[in-house]
Write a protein that binds this ligand. Structure first.
Ligand code: FE
Ligand code: CA
Length: 499
């Protein structure tokens, strides 16, 4: 069926018995796909005729809406390989999550939706290669997109590179009220929806605001995403059941944030489990790579020594402290041990490498990062040392970092277990800069770090059986639209011999 007959079918009233028509285009939030397997993926959209309409309902009527979807083997939709209908329920904020199965491995596909005679933008996605295939993979890594701090040009540039996959590691949105978090740049280019997010309606509305951005939509439409939340999708620096601000009824608030996150992201339907949201999962890319996505928020102990960047906190070293929680830790250890993949990529939120923020004698560490859970970091690094070619992918820091991960960061002779690639922010903290003195001091203080960059951007990595090449992409500004992206630094990590 071509586009014309697709429209004609819709217009001819496939859903005509209801005789209801939305008052405007409901596809204002774009389309997305995610979690590719060798035979399928999730397709997502959410209907909203007016994204900033009342109570996070996107201007939608309080009724369910039938949504058709099509999957094609070609960009012109001349070869439809699957199609179907799904109900966008009012109680799900009119979001849909279609899990497609039974497709060919290692193939590009195109998809679109329709609702009551309107057709969505088109998205590109792909299945993972077959289990035995060592097909190369190009993937982007991104994080931290504060809407007020900058335009999403980095998302646009990432989309233009057409990666096979986008790994998104948290702070997809921020919960703050307008002006509640001032960028390092001091600039605010646009304004959050009113109030700090606390209720389901607040989070839905905030997601709709972010999703309205065309550059963000382009990044979703370009490739399937592997997404996991960090703190700001709920609240700054929350930890397990604990609110960092002592927010009342935090359990209910967290559940609302999780629900809105699920409704707005291309996650599999089984992700949302009552008041919990499961994002730790494994995704295989043929024989080449296995992604181990972690959740470093939901199951962690509260930050040691009342959180912050501090010196002199012994509690952070306690072997009783956990970041992953016991179940996830065992799941990770098992997954690393049993992985048949040539590369094992841990996608997670916070800096794993030790980071001393105090120049000269003494040290100050960020207690929200793995430095605050140092014994568990050692356990994880031990487990990584027994798996093939481990690489850690990280968000949160609002700076690019390239780090060596070692079981003893104070010992220059401690072997390098893995490399850590930290993606700077898409927009958070606004226009970046290069403070050469500060960078030199930081590298001297942390000899296991080899690259630091305070500009906005993302990572673009090319993975083959032989090695991983990562481009640290940067933009000179985000306070105006249209910045070009360039590769400020390139690093190659060769596969270990004999793996
Ligand atoms: Fe952030
Ligand atoms: Ca120091």
């Amino acid at each position: 069926m071509d586009r014309r007959s697709f429209l004609a079918t819709a217009a001819a009233g496939l859903f005509a018995p209801r005789a209801r028509t939305l008052r405007a285009d409901p596809f204002t939030l774009g389309v997305a796909s995610g979690d590719p397997s060798a035979d399928g993926f999730v397709l997502w959209t959410r209907l909203a005729v007016d994204p900033l309409g009342g109570a996070g309902r996107g201007g939608m009527p309080p009724r369910d809406v039938e949504v058709g979807w099509q999957l094609a083997a070609d960009e012109r939709f001349s070869k439809i390989v699957r199609s179907g209908t799904v109900t966008a329920r009012a109680r799900d904020a009119h979001s849909v999550h279609v899990e497609v199965e039974g497709l060919d491995p290692g193939r590009e596909y195109f998809y679109r939706f329709r609702a009551e005679g309107r057709v969505s933008p088109e998205g590109r996605t792909r299945t993972a290669p077959a289990a035995h295939a060592e097909t190369p993979l190009t993937f982007a890594v991104a994080a931290c997109a504060h809407f007020e701090h900058g335009y999403y040009t980095a998302y646009r540039r990432l989309a233009e590179q057409e990666p096979d996959l986008v790994v998104f590691l948290g702070d997809y949105l921020y919960e703050y009220a307008p002006g509640g978090y001032t960028a390092l740049s001091g600039k605010r280019v646009r304004t959050h929806t009113p109030g700090k997010c606390a209720t389901l309606a607040d989070y839905r509305l905030r997601h709709a605001q972010y999703k309205s951005d065309r550059d963000l939509q382009a990044a979703h439409a370009a490739a399937p995403w592997l997404a996991a939340f960090d703190d700001h999708e709920v609240e700054n620096n929350w930890a397990g059941p604990v609110s960092s601000t002592g927010a009342p009824a935090f359990a209910a608030r967290r559940a609302a944030a999780f629900r809105a996150y699920y409704e707005n992201m291309p996650l599999r339907r089984g992700s949302l489990r009552g008041a919990a949201l499961r994002v730790n999962r494994r995704v295989s890319w043929g024989a080449l790579a296995r992604f181990h996505l972690l959740d470093t928020r939901q199951f962690r102990d509260d930050q040691a020594c009342r959180d912050g960047v501090r010196s002199g906190c012994d509690e952070r070293l306690s072997t009783r402290r956990t970041l992953l929680g016991d179940r996830q830790w065992r799941w990770l250890e098992e997954g690393l041990r049993d992985s048949p993949a040539r590369w094992n990529l841990l996608g997670q939120q916070i800096m794993m490498a030790h980071r001393d923020y105090r120049t000269g004698p003494g040290r100050e560490v960020n207690l929200d990062s793995w430095d605050g859970y140092a014994a568990e970091r050692t356990r994880v690094l031990d487990a990584m040392s027994r798996t093939a070619n481990p690489v850690v992918l990280t968000g949160d820091a609002h700076m690019h970092h390239l780090a060596d991960l070692k079981t003893d960061f104070d010992d220059p002779d401690s072997p390098v277990v893995a490399r850590e690639l930290v993606a700077t922010s898409i927009a958070s903290d606004g226009d970046g800069y290069r403070d050469r003195r500060w960078i030199a001091d930081s590298l001297a203080e942390n000899p296991h770090l080899s690259y630091l960059d305070q500009r906005r951007g993302y990572l673009m990595a090319r993975l083959t059986g032989d090695g991983l090449t990562v481009d640290f992409r940067t933009l000179e500004y985000v306070s105006r639209r249209g910045a070009p992206a360039r590769t400020a630094h390139r690093a190659t990590i060769p596969a270990a011999p004999g793996t």
